[in-house]
Design a protein. Structure first.
Length: 107
């Protein structure tokens, strides 16, 4: 099995997927890709395609301040994690509002 990295974003203030939210992916501190979520709150392709996931430290930056058009509290939400087995799928969803967020590791 060739692992991949994916995400989706849910706007908990509206109860809907977060469309047009900018996402940046970093690997070992270097910017790899930039994506924008589609109307379903997902990226059109995985952040890391099947077979390209590597061991190491990743960071996904979710630009929630720009999405909510207010930066009264949250601006960029960084989610940092380590991949130890690149054969597994990593799905990192974000549930957010202008004031709070949560994430978890899906599959």
């Amino acid at each position: 099995m060739n692992g991949k990295l994916s995400t989706h974003v849910l706007d908990t203030r509206s109860g809907k997927p977060a469309a047009n939210l900018k996402i940046e992916l970093l690997f070992k501190g270097k910017l790899l890709t930039t994506h924008t979520t589609n109307p379903d709150g997902r990226t059109d392709s995985p952040l890391v395609a099947p077979g390209s996931l590597q061991k190491g430290e990743y960071e996904i930056r979710f630009h929630v301040g720009t999405y909510f058009q207010e930066k009264t509290f949250l601006d960029v939400v960084p989610v940092c994690f380590t991949v130890t087995d690149p054969s597994q799928n990593f799905h990192v969803p974000l549930l957010c509002s202008p004031w709070t967020y949560t994430t978890y590791r899906g599959s």
